[in-house]
Design a protein around this ligand. Sequence first.
Ligand code: ZN
Length: 478
Amino acid sequence: MTRKLIRNGLVVTGDPALGDLSDADVLIENGTIVSIAPQLEIVDAEVIDARNRIVMPGFVDSHRHIWQGALRSVCADGSLVDYVRVIRMHAARFFTAEDMYAVQLHGALEALDAGVTSVTDYCHNLLTRDHAFEAIRGVREAGIRVVWNYGFNYPPQADPSFRTLEDRIDFARELAETEFAQGDALVTLGVAPEETNFAGSPERLSAQFALARELDARVFWHANSGGVGGAAHRDVAAIASLGALASGVTLVHMHDTDEEEWRMVADSGAAVAFTPETELQMGMMWPSTRICEELGIPFGIGTDITSNNSADMFAATRIGLQALRCYYLDSTEKSALPLGTPNSCADAFAWATIGGARALGLEDQIGSLVPGKQADIVLLRTDTIGMVGWDRDHPARTIVQQARPSDVDAVLVAGEFVKRNGQLLGDVGRACELLGAASARVHARIRESGGFDVPLDETIARMQAVSRSEDGKYDFAR
Ligand SMILES: [Zn+2]
């Protein structure tokens, strides 16, 4: 048996019954939390000194496309249309399997470095079989907990490797057997079907949801997030009519959802993932957290794409909270003298931890520090230049409004250190070198093809090719 004892920290459990515990200890046995209390008796354990540390559950990022790390900031001034034009219908196809390994390894380490212990990796650029194998290898090597999503989106290509949807469904079955059968607790399988406007037909969409049920894999799905042209899709109603709206589904973005559909979501037990930074930038607007709170719909938040914004969950949480406060305060009576502000930092902390765990369907295992749960734990320094002087009575306020990735002192996943004394234990130098090289290759290929700036009518032709055929075969020289 291996035991670790995290000693004398300010423990923010994220659990309503346990609350915040000052000068408390966390005992871990074989990767599981077994006890949290002040002054635990020292047993035969490795002792970790947590004085001047906040001890908190690791962040759970409920929506991220790790593979876009090689395109960092390319869409930082872009709209949703630009994102589809520049990345999804263009840059995506220039990734090789080798590039996928590099971005996945690096991106998972980047997440861990910033205190993210679990992530939904919506991996929707699986151009070939090897792209999938290498993507999985990269995240697995990093040691992060990940629900790796087999993404059905297939960008337009001159010579697609998969010719039919059935080919890709068969390959997903093969991956489930070869890569996910051994009960590896850290890396599990999810399924990300195509959006309604790319799936082309209800039958095609239905087959992708059916595969997830067959594999007992959670579904993560971009829904009601506005198509190019801004048309509402009523995606929730669409999958409900296919019998696919269920508790094993996490719906992403969802700003364009009417009340009837929200009630359908609540009745089904499905969860939601919001990504405040991309949603604010790209006209997907304010995350609909309040209606989820009112209807009891579980939701988490995520960082989405580093082609737009950072992979920093501190920033995502803070920006999401402040945007929502602005939104709700803007609608209050101008002569009012409001005390307090809509949503607390503790609310936002919950979105980024236990809320994310619910969105991943892993709330029994992660998202809060409770005996019996996995020891996915972050130690935050409180003696750094930006943290010292903090309000010890309200640690969530400091975590959400003040802390940054450089304050992350240590990170444990399933009780194993992946970051310690402010340094990742993985080979960061190698990961950065690999990512730098992959990014340079992808950029070079895009330059050779004429650059990022694809005309909109050309983008629409590519989108039509993708939605009309199962392989998205497209003649780029036409
Ligand atoms: Zn997304």
